[in-house]
Design a protein around this ligand. Structure first.
Ligand code: FES
Ligand code: FES
Length: 179
């Protein structure tokens, strides 16, 4: 059995520690070790986007990232989108309001990629939205409602800067970023 490797990681603003096998994926870490099952496993090979999380703010396919490569870095999963009061993030509200989900399997990845997009491009065009979500496959919605939801979320965030933004990760003491 391969020797397990200790890692320290900031997940949804909380410092976490784990011992992982060298070949374990970040997806296995968040779902299996940390029990954050909001992140979904679809293809397991980088094609569907269901497993998307933010790693140091950038969307990644967690099935393709080694857990050890997330050592001393920040991870955001869909569970981290809820506000400090436990409410839905404005992006989640917009997806609900626009009916931008059916089975919901693709939705957690879509949500975190949308958050990353709106941090980078507060007023995205339809082309921006489609480009940002191009790596996410949805078998149910036909995508039009998803584009509407992202547009609605952008408007909501722009209209109310006091709207709850993402919780800012609190780095564990002594933790440094590689980014
Ligand atoms: S499960 Fe990772 S891209 Fe499909
Ligand atoms: S809502 Fe079912 S896969 Fe997207």
């Amino acid at each position: 059995m391969p020797k397990r490797v200790p890692i320290r990681i900031c997940v949804n603003g909380q410092p976490r520690e784990a011992f992982v096998e060298p070949a374990a994926s970040l997806l296995e870490l968040v779902r299996g070790t940390f029990g954050l099952t909001g992140t979904k496993e679809g293809c397991g090979t980088g094609y569907c986007g269901a497993c998307t999380v933010l790693l140091d703010g950038q969307p990644v396919n967690a099935c393709l990232v080694f857990a050890v490569d997330a050592d001393h870095r920040d991870v955001l999963t869909v569970e981290g989108l809820t506000t400090h009061e436990g409410g839905l993030h404005p992006v989640q509200d917009a997806f609900v309001a626009c009916g931008a989900l059916q089975c919901g399997f693709c939705t957690p990845g879509m949500l975190v990629s949308t958050v990353a997009l709106l941090r980078r491009v507060p007023y995205p065009s339809e082309a921006d939205i489609r480009a940002a979500l191009a790596g996410h496959l949805c078998r149910c919605t036909g995508y039009r409602s998803i584009v509407r939801a992202v547009t609605r979320a952008a408007a909501a965030l722009a209209a109310n800067p006091e709207n709850p933004a993402l919780p800012q990760p609190a780095r564990p003491r002594g933790m440094r970023s590689r980014a």
